[in-house]
Design a protein around this ligand. Structure first.
Ligand code: PLP
Length: 374
C-alpha cells in the first residue's frame, strides 16, 4: 500500500499483502528453508536464497510494522531480547552507554552482563535523571524505555533527542506503535517486544527494530548481524504476527480504555494506596504522556495496595478473571506480583502489576472489587 493510509487501514489490510499466486486475500505460509535456481544457476527470485536471510512471510509482517512506525526499514527478531541484543552487539569494546534504570528486568540483567564482558562503561540512570546525564556524559548509545515496566515512568523522547547526538534507542513496548511513533519524536531506532501487544494473543514470541535511517552504519551492522548470526523469526511466527496485527489498533484502543477506567477505579478504592498509570492526572509523567502518546495510555499499570506482601498476594490470589502470569499486552488480562519474580531490584512488596485486556470493563472492575473486599 503506497498511499499514506492511517494505521487502522494499514493494519486491517496487512499493508496490502495478498497471495498473488492463488488470489487469496490472505498471504500463504511459505515454510521453505531453501529456494530454487534455474538451469543457468540464477535464483528464481534474487531475494529468496535461504531462509536465514529472509522470507516472504517475514517481509510481509515487517512491511506492516514499517508503515505503522513511519520507519525507513524494519527487522523482526525471534524475541524482544534478541532485538535488544542485536543493537548492543554493534557497540565496540570500551564504548560508553546510558541505560535507563528501573526498566524491564530482562534488559537490565542482560545489558549488565554484556557490558561487563565487553569492557563497556554502563551508566544506569533513573528516568528523572536522564536529561542531566544525556547532556553531561558523552555516550555512544542511550537506551530508554517509555512508559517503563513496571514503574510506568515516562521519558520525553524529543527532549532527550535535543540534548544529545548519541544513538537514541527507545523500547516502546508498553506504548505500541499505535500510541507512540518513537521515530517521529527523534529516536534513531525503536524497539518493541512484539510478544506483547503487537501480537497480543500470547502465542508468538518476537521482537522488532525499526530505523529512521536505513543507510546508517549501525543499522547496516544490525542487518548483517541478523543475517549472519541467524537471529531470525520463522515464517509461521511471522504469519501469525501478520494475522494478529490486523486488529492491533482495535485491541490497543479497547485495552487503553479499559486500563484507564480500571486505574481510576483502583485509585479511588480505600485498600489501594497508589496507582501508576500515565493516564492518571496525578501521575508524574502525565504531561509527557499527553504529548507523546495519542489515542490512549496503554494496557499496563501497577497498583500499590495498602498493607504488606501478604495482603498483596492475598488479593492476587483472589482474582478470578485476571490470570496470574507474567507478560503483558494480550487480549486476556494478567496480573503479577513483581517482587516474587525480581526480589532484589527495589520493587515494593505491595506492588501488583496489571496488564489489562479487551474483556468487558464491568467484569474486570467486578473482579477487583471482590478481590479487594475485606
Ligand atoms: C517483554 C519485554 C521485553 C523482552 O521481550 P521478549 O519478547 O520477552 O524477549 C523487552 N522490553 C519490554 C518493555 C518488555 O515488556
Amino acid at each position: 500500500m503506497t498511499k499514506p493510509y492511517k494505521p487502522a487501514t494499514i493494519a486491517a489490510h496487512a499493508a496490502g499483502e495478498i497471495d498473488a499466486q492463488s488470489g487469496g486475500v490472505v498471504p500463504s505460509i511459505q515454510p521453505s528453508t531453501t529456494f530454487l535456481r534455474d538451469s543457468d544457476y540464477a535464483p528464481l527470485r534474487e531475494d529468496n536464497i535461504y531462509s536465514r536471510d529472509n522470507s516472504d512471510n517475514l517481509r510481509q509482517a515487517e512491511a506492516v510494522l514499517r508503515q505503522l512506525e513511519g520507519a525507513e526499514d524494519t527487522l523482526l527478531f525471534p524475541s524482544g531480547m534478541a532485538a535488544i541484543a542485536a543493537v548492543f552487539r554493534t557497540l565496540p569494546n570500551g564504548a560508553n552507554v546510558i541505560v535507563q534504570s528501573g526498566i524491564y528486568w530482562g534488559t537490565t540483567a542482560w545489558v549488565r552482563a554484556f557490558c561487563e564482558r565487553r569492557g563497556i562503561t554502563l551508566h544506569e540512570i533513573a528516568a528523572e535523571g536522564l536529561p542531566d546525564a544525556c547532556s553531561s556524559i558523552k555516550a555512544d548509545l542511550i537506551f530508554i524505555e517509555t512508559p517503563s515496566n513496571p514503574w510506568l515512568k515516562t521519558v520525553d523522547i524529543a527532549h532527550i533527542r535535543s540534548l544529545t547526538s548519541a544513538l537514541l534507542v527507545v523500547d516502546a513496548t508498553a506504548a505500541t506503535p499505535i500510541l507512540t511513533r518513537a521515530l517521529d519524536h527523534g529516536a534513531d531506532i525503536v524497539m518493541h517486544s512484539a510478544t506483547k501487544a503487537i501480537n497480543g494473543h500470547s502465542d508468538v514470541l518476537a521482537g522488532v527494530l525499526s530505523t529512521r535511517d536505513q543507510a546508517a552504519d549501525v543499522w547496516q551492522a544490525i542487518c548483517a548481524d541478523r543475517k549472519m548470526a541467524g537471529a531470525i523469526l520463522g515464517p509461521f511466527e511471522a504469519w501469525l504476527l501478520l494475522r494478529a496485527m490486523r486488529t492491533l489498533p482495535l485491541r490497543v484502543e479497547r485495552m487503553s480504555q479499559n486500563a484507564q477506567l480500571l486505574a481510576e477505579f483502583l485509585l479511588a478504592h480505600p485498600r489501594v494506596s497508589d496507582v501508576f498509570y500515565p493516564g492518571l492526572p496525578h501521575h508524574p509523567g502525565h504531561d509527557i504522556a499527553q504529548r507523546q502518546m495519542t489515542g490512549g495510555f496503554g494496557s499496563l499499570l501497577s497498583v500499590l495496595v495498602s498493607g504488606s506482601r501478604k495482603d498483596a498476594l492475598q488479593i492476587v490470589g483472589k482474582l478470578q478473571l485476571f490470570l496470574r502470569a507474567t507478560s503483558l499486552g494480550g487480549v486476556e488480562s494478567l496480573v503479577e506480583h513483581r517482587h516474587t519474580i525480581e526480589p532484589d531490584t527495589g520493587i515494593p512488596e505491595n506492588l501488583i502489576r496489571v496488564s489489562v485486556g479487551i474483556e468487558d470493563i464491568d467484569d474486570l472492575i467486578a473482579d477487583w472489587m471482590q478481590a479487594l473486599a475485606q
